[in-house]
Design a protein around this ligand. Structure first.
Ligand code: 5GP
Length: 183
């Protein structure tokens, strides 16, 4: 059952979100897990769709009660995690499930569900990644620097993944991910 589970990770601003959106728009049997986070919503983000925005207290309660499939502190600041039950329900319904999570979370999922496929989305180049992060302008300069530090560590860990897919072009990258899901 868990071979229907695909974990997408990759550095900040690599465009994972855009690739996932493309997949969801084209493949109706794919379910995207909605993560929980303690960070504040950005403008335009919707509770229950972008994330479940939780207090630190509520997040810790979910960890304690075993309701998180995985969780991690990302970019040294906030907690992010995957609520377990919706993933199990979607797999039971025969859906292909995508988790878009960080590399620490990907490692945890591989441990608890070894058949899960780990896919690393990589940028065409480091320069390209920096340009994308600066271009989207959603983070302060301090936050950008912190995210690029994390990105260096993440890029260094790509060999831990089952597959590496380069996001040079969204539709092409998405179709490669879908091929892997169906393999
Ligand atoms: P952002 O704050 O830009 O929405 O997300 C920051 C990072 O948190 C992203 O790199 C993303 O992969 C990671 N992330 C989002 N949801 C989860 C989750 O459920 N678990 C883990 N471990 N990381 C997550």
């Amino acid at each position: 059952m868990t071979n229907q589970l695909i974990v997408l990770a990759g550095p900040t601003a690599v465009g994972k979100g855009t690739v996932v959106k493309h997949i969801l728009g084209h493949y109706p049997n794919v379910h995207l897990s909605v993560s929980a986070t303690t960070r504040s919503p950005r403008p335009g983000e919707i509770e229950g769709q972008s994330y479940f925005f939780l207090t630190h207290e509520k997040f810790d309660e979910m960890i304690a009660s075993g309701d998180m499939l995985e969780y991690a502190v990302v970019h040294g600041e906030n907690k992010y995690g995957t609520p377990k039950q919706p993933v199990l329900d979607a797999l039971k319904e025969g859906k292909q499930v995508i988790l878009e999570i960080d590399i620490q979370g990907a490692r945890q999922v591989k441990k608890s569900m070894p058949e899960a496929k780990l896919v690393f989305i990589a940028p065409p180049s480091w320069y390209d990644l920096v340009m994308r992060l600066q271009g989207r302008g959603t983070e302060t300069a301090v936050e950008q620097t912190r995210r690029l530090e994390t990105a260096k560590l993440e890029l260094a860990a790509q060999s831990e993944f089952d597959y590496v897919v380069i996001n040079d072009e969204v539709a092409r990258c998405a179709s490669e991910v879908v091929d892997l899901m169906q393999a």
